[in-house]
Design a protein around this ligand. Sequence first.
Ligand code: ZN
Length: 236
Amino acid sequence: MLPERESIRSPRQMHRRRPILRFSPTAWAKLLYLRDRGPTEVSGFGLSAADDFLFVEDVRLIRQQATDMSVQFDDTAVAEFFDEQVDQDRRPEQFGRIWLHTHPGESAQPSGTDEGTFSRCFGRTDWSLMFILACGGQTYARLEFHAGPGGALQLPVAVDYRREFPAADHAAWEQEYLVNVQCVELRLPFPPAHAGTRSLPAEELTSAESGDFDFEYFEVTSFLKESGRSFHADNL
Ligand SMILES: [Zn+2]
């Protein structure tokens, strides 16, 4: 008797069916640049591809007041950003669902403040995603559904090289940082190891960024909370 179809899939095949938060190489490089530019957290939105909301093509900072432990957006700046995106014919699912921020420390685990912000600012959308990148390379990505019984899924993260991507533009990224990030307070006794360093030796950069980041498909953790619903990327 032949085995049931489900049982003949390899674990790798099963794994590949799960949603993965993916960044274009340019978006990922920009995020690293902004993370390491100063001693504070930085925060912004992920701009998704029109045909794939879990593929982040660009990262956009919003005017913000930042400390080494939190970030507060300027409400007017958020409204202006949304207007600008709508004017460019983007749908809200492409620019207003993925909240990105960095942690100057080693841990990418969301703080209580992060959870409060995510719930308050994104809890009324049909879905939203919180992504955190820590200084040491650790990542955290959680997709949440708010319709029906709701649910949450922690996603693996990867850089996806399969589509064309633009070159790095440090001058533009620097300008975006300077215009948007206002450092208001620092509480750490020492600046984080990477603060302001943009010329580390290559071997140090490699070890700093490799961490748990594989640059291929890899799994951090995955779970379904409470609802126990299965999830497929097609549902987005
Ligand atoms: Zn945080």
